[in-house]
Design a protein around this ligand. Structure first.
Ligand SMILES: [Zn+2]
Length: 319
């Protein structure tokens, strides 16, 4: 998830309920259930602390974004070695594109797809040494994978919109000029101070899914409603799976922008976090909540299944 420091801090300092981590935790729980009785789960347990679950591990990478005084020693070291770690959680491919490919606008060597590739290699390596560009050990690689496979199934962590001077969505890959929406953080629902569309997908859609399926055993409800399908399986070497999954998610990114027209642009002045840029107001159609909820129910189930599949491929059963 992205630019969510405020609600997470509220969780730390006050009694404000936020659903932000809920999506990640359900992915971790679903994966752990798929892993029951496998060698992969034994290997996972050796990397996690006593009592630590994949649900807990799933939020580590977001908790590493907290102010320094809240960080564990291993988080501090990770942040020191990777000051740009906030950008590990996403890429910004124009939603009109049909496939993720390094070199497209909004992709780079340290985007979500490539960080996942690095983490896969760290877990596959015979020795647990920090001989990698992130200077991470296997434990941190597992934490990042558990979180980022979840993020990779949130459509606005993969695709985003670019908006031209006439407030129309354009694809900058065609040469058109447009300002990026920062993972739809610059599109606000209903009013200038309304929820950014990105946050809507991070939290509101998960809340809608929980209300729809029941909160009692949300992970079970999700997997019953949307059981795994053969087409969820990736093919080929496992370090190509994140690219395949990003392409799959990009198909849903398009649907985030369906029936949406940016309007009433306003200029946001430069500050220490960003340059001067425009933001917009958007209106959601009456069916948008239901459609987005249905997508998220599938994506959470798929992310849990794929996280388990990846960990099983990293640590196959010994024959
Ligand atoms: Zn994230």
């Amino acid at each position: 998830m992205r630019i969510i420091l405020f609600p997470l801090l509220m969780l730390l300092v006050g009694n404000v309920h936020a659903y932000g981590p809920a999506g990640h935790e359900v992915v971790g729980t679903i994966a752990e259930r798929y892993l029951e009785g496998t060698r992969a789960l034994k290997e996972v347990r050796t990397l996690l602390y006593k009592g630590e679950t994949l649900a807990r591990a799933s939020t580590w990478a977001d908790r590493a974004k907290f102010p320094e005084k809240y960080l564990s020693a291993e988080m501090k070291e990770f942040v020191k070695n990777n000051p740009q770690h906030h950008s590990f959680h996403y890429c910004d491919v124009p939603f009109q594109e049909t496939a993720y490919r390094l070199g497209l606008i909004g992709t780079h060597q340290q985007d979500i797809v490539h960080i996942l590739e690095i983490c896969i290699h760290v877990l596959q390596a015979p020795a647990d040494i920090r001989d990698n560009s992130l200077k991470i050990n296997k434990r941190i690689a597992l934490m990042l994978i558990t979180h980022l496979v979840g993020d990779l199934h949130q459509p606005l962590h993969v695709g985003c919109s670019y908006i031209d001077a006439d407030d129309k969505f354009v694809n900058p890959e065609t040469g058109a000029k447009g300002q990026e929406d920062a993972g739809a953080n610059y599109l606000h629902v209903k009013t200038r101070s309304g929820t950014p569309l990105h946050g809507y997908w991070d939290t509101q859609t998960v809340k809608l899914a929980r209300d729809h399926l029941g909160t009692e055993d949300f992970p079970t409800a999700i997997t019953q409603k949307t059981p795994s399908k053969p087409e969820w399986d990736a093919t080929g070497p496992i370090d190509t799976w994140p690219t395949q999954w990003a392409t799959d998610t990009l198909g849903f990114s398009k649907r985030c922008f369906q029936d949406i027209t940016p309007r009433d642009r306003f200029l946001v002045p430069k500050n220490e976090k960003h340059d001067e840029h425009f933001e917009w107001i958007v209106t959601l159609s009456p069916t948008y909540p239901e459609h987005s909820r249905d997508i998220v129910e599938v994506e959470l189930s798929k992310a849990g299944y794929r996280l388990a599949a990846l960990l099983k491929a990293i640590w196959p059963e010994v024959k």
